[in-house]
Design a binder for this molecule. Structure first.
Ligand SMILES: O=C(O)c1ccc[n+]([C@@H]2O[C@H](COP(=O)([O-])O)[C@@H](O)[C@H]2O)c1
Ligand SMILES: Cc1cc2nc[nH]c2cc1C
Length: 338
């Protein structure tokens, strides 16, 4: 596992991002040319298979050891009335995940994917970041490490998701600080605020940025001051996955926003990531454009908890079924191959 035990170690991990295996990607690209179809006719499915080959380091990538992990955290900023739901729903939904009753249980179940839920100190919400840093240094490092700890070298795809009432406020603050714009560019309805609620949320975010303005100089400080435990855990998991050669499937606005502070200084942090979908949360399309990611699906989903990524995982499955299972022109005796 990569070392994320100190702020300096986090900085080093972000500054030394490994590249994909170009030879494996080339071998997969050549295989695609030989399969019994007009070149390019499987569209983005071809790109996805080549992408997974490059990051898994093998011409025949797999999803047999794919794993979904949902991180959950509680947020002090919920006290500012920024969510349509009460803060206790985070803990209640974690119980629902454990009981198998949530959308993510159904969606990972439908594709036979392993699901784990990591609840991060739910009885100790982060501090309200309109008055001080969300986390102290040790807290943020611990969350980063708990995220990194879910990554094992034998995982072939890591699907990430989150659960945390009020975390779309933290996500919007991370985006605003990382990519600029106005609070209105990044604040949306989340779980269902009306227009007045969204306006209030924007004002809360503006206040937070003002309070921390002098101190938001590094990705770590932005994550620590404006983020939350589940957001830091996602950042840690993405960083660890990169160093372990594990491609990542990202979910919605909040999941992607966890990477905003990192991407602002190291844009290549998302190179091993696929955006599973574009959420209906308005900031997500803007964020994906800033991250340089083209989402696989647009289904107007805005649930979180990994749900959009789980639907997209079925598309990845199709990409690999074709890539690994089709006959070549030579094997099938079909004329016209390269
Ligand atoms: O993934 C998304 O794009 C998304 C968009 C809106 C809401 N959510 C989920 O709703 C919660 C955050 O919304 P809120 O209004 O409580 O900040 C959190 O549990 C997320 O998983 C998720
Ligand atoms: C019920 C509910 C389920 C969720 N799943 C992810 N975020 C959520 C927010 C709410 C409110």
């Amino acid at each position: 596992m990569i070392d994320l035990s100190s702020v300096a170690a986090f900085g080093r991990a972000l500054a030394s991002l490994p590249s994909r295996d170009a030879a494996a990607a080339d071998a997969a690209r050549q295989r695609q040319q030989q399969l019994t179809k007009p070149p390019g006719s499987l569209g983005r499915l071809e790109d996805l298979a080549i992408f997974l080959a490059g990051w898994q380091g093998r011409a025949h990538p797999s999803m047999d050891a794919a794993r979904a992990v949902i991180f959950a955290g509680n947020h002090g900023v919920a006290a500012q009335g920024v969510s349509a739901f009460p803060a206790e729903v985070t803990t209640q939904m974690v119980a629902n995940f454990a009981a198998g009753g949530a959308a993510i249980n159904a969606l990972t179940g439908a594709i036979g994917m392993r699901l784990d839920v990591v609840a991060l100190d739910l009885d100790r919400p982060t501090c309200d970041f309109t008055t001080g840093p969300a986390m102290d240094e040790a807290d943020c490092l611990d969350a980063l490490q708990q995220g990194a700890a879910v990554v094992t070298a034998d995982t072939d795809l890591l699907l990430l998701g989150e659960m945390g009432i009020a975390n779309s406020t933290a996500a919007a603050a991370l985006c605003l600080r990382s990519f600029g714009g106005t609070p209105a560019d990044w604040a949306g309805p989340g779980t269902g605020l009306d227009a007045h609620g969204v306006g209030h949320k924007g004002a809360v975010i503006a206040r937070a940025i003002e309070v921390h303005a002098e101190a938001l100089h590094t990705p770590f400080e932005t994550l620590r001051r404006l983020g939350g435990r589940e957001l830091a855990a996602i950042a840690g998991a993405v960083l660890a996955a990169r160093h372990a050669g594990v491609p990542v499937l990202l979910d919605g606005f909040i999941c992607c926003a966890s990477l905003a502070p990192l991407a602002a200084t190291a844009p290549g942090i998302v190179d091993h990531c696929i955006a599973g979908h574009c959420s209906a949360e308005p900031g997500h399309a803007r964020l994906l454009a800033r991250l340089g990611l083209e989402p696989l699906l647009r289904l107007d989903m805005r649930l979180g908890e990994g749900s959009g990524a789980a639907v997209a995982a079925a598309v990845l499955r199709s990409a690999l079924a074709a890539h690994n299972g089709m006959a070549t022109f030579a094997e099938a005796g079909v004329a016209g191959g390269a």
